[in-house]
Ligand binder design. Sequence first.
Ligand code: DAH
Length: 336
Amino acid sequence: MQTDLHELQQVLLGRIGESVTPRDVLRAPEFKELYAKIPSLPPEERGAMGREINQLKQAVEAAIDRREAELEEHDIQQIDVTAPWEPGDAMPQLLSTEQGTQHPLTKELDRVIDIFTRMGFQAIESRQIDDDFHMFGALNFPENHPARDGYDTFRTEEGFIPPAHTSTMQYRILSEGKEKLEAGGQIAAVSYGRVFRNEDVDATHEHTFYQCEGVFVSETASLSQMLGTLRSFFEAYYGQKLAVKTQPGYFPFTEPSLEFMIEKPAAIGGKPGEWLEMLGCGMIHPNVLKTAGIDPEVYRGFAWGGGIERLVMLKYGIEDLRHFESGKLQFLRNFS
Ligand code: DAH
């Protein structure tokens, strides 16, 4: 019996060494046969036999573990990190892990940025921690003005602010673009990224969400250019002609300030006259230009800013904003 078992062990180890699915060897019919033999042995031999079979099994399992580690190592080495790969190519499927996908917000934000970049805007990611000056001061919010309260800002103990809107990037875009302007060019930039507000969370409010902001400055920038730009953007994003309108709004950093609305397209369940407010916009306030070192007597600009989630929810008929940050795979798989 001993030599039988020894021979069997050699055979099984040989099989493991050649298999790409070595764990299958544990289901080898020889094991079943061995166990089936035990009852036919004299009672005094059964215990010893059981122990020997268990030892065999342990040796086999150890060999499987080693072989699996070896295979995994081999898989990793198979991935040629220098191989050319273009977005859109199939991913190499060498590892047997479940393949992930981009988060829908990342994907849609890419689309938004792509449209503006094709229109000639430079894209800049916004910061995730900022200060009072960029959040309020540079944007013409007077000290202790009630408009500051409208933003429900978080604040660290040191007084830093996780930005409540991407407008915190305006001062940087303007002051860095000044030279370009004076050389006869124009400033055209979008900034995008996460923003944070101390909100009670519900189906339409999140403490963390995404915004995209645009800034354009030249000697002749006008409201009609802004409306044309925004209309082109929304029509490109939704892939159809849209009815648009504005209504008066209030932001300390624009004068006049407007809210930009689109009529909800019939193709996604809109009824005629169903208007949706998509973003805030306006002509950049002369004080904002002046603070950034740009002469408002010579240059003028327009700006806008709005949430990304709202765009995406409308596009796909998503009803609850909380799904985006929930990590629910069932929701995320709808977009893979
Ligand atoms: N920052 C504003 C908000 O979050 C939106 C906004 C309004 C941005 C007007 C702008 C603007 O750039 O010009 O409510």
